[in-house]
Design a protein around this ligand. Sequence first.
Ligand code: GUN
Length: 292
Amino acid sequence: MTILDGKKTSNEIKEEIANHVSSMILKGERVPHLAAILVGSDGASMTYVNAKVKACKLVGFNSTLIELPEYTSEEDLLEKINELNTNDDIDGFIVQLPLPEQIDEQKVLMAVNPEKDVDGFHPVNVGRMALDLPTFLPATPYGIMELLERYQIETSGKNVVVMGRSHIVGRPMSILMSQKRKAGDATVTVVHSRSKNLSQITKEADIIVAAIGISEFLTGDMVKEDVVIIDVGITRVPDATKKNGYRLAGDVHFESVSKKASYITPVPGGVGPMTIAMLLKNTLLAREKHVI
Ligand code: GUN
């Protein structure tokens, strides 16, 4: 069994990006600038956004963190988005999800200028992705594709089971893996909360992408020998033995599944760090397309 080391791979990608930034500085070019909007003070969201800002600093990007209170109105958020859309100093930006309930998420995502949409969530960019056109790929699926590619895992003609149909992970993952591309060309099955005979389906899988948001849902008896496991889940599970009162668990029961797997991502240190690295990559791409 080989661990798919997302931390190590993401560090390699960040180093590549940092080298690119160094050469931009030598040429007197403006360095990429990422902005992030965080509404409210959800603990996990704050952790993710802070990690994204820290990663920007590490590779030499400029970053701006905009923190808005939980009670922010939809109108005020849309106004802030418009400011970033028209600010020539910002190459790309993200609005951290989830948003408070008074704000319509879809309206917000549609307000982002698709050319600055480094999360790849705007319908124009989702459409471009589905049609095999160049675009910003959503960072988590992009990170998974990159991990499969860098570990040279064969996907062509393989049975891939994507567990979950979220707009951020499951849906784009199912599209990307079925496309004619590196780490694609697979036969894809999507399962979700209404699927029947789940373990019959997962047992046929050569590769499983678990993104259902239920901790340790996929167990060893549900998979075949030599399966490749990508665990996207990250849930805080109460644990009295930990100083902060919780531990992080994936959607995969690591102990039983890793005994059968040929490759497996750990949680933490698997998909999570790859997501951040690919957000940086998208920001670099946005900078290169942004001529001002
Ligand atoms: N919330 C969970 N994942 C993501 C992500 O990739 N981007 C944003 N903006 N919010 C998220």
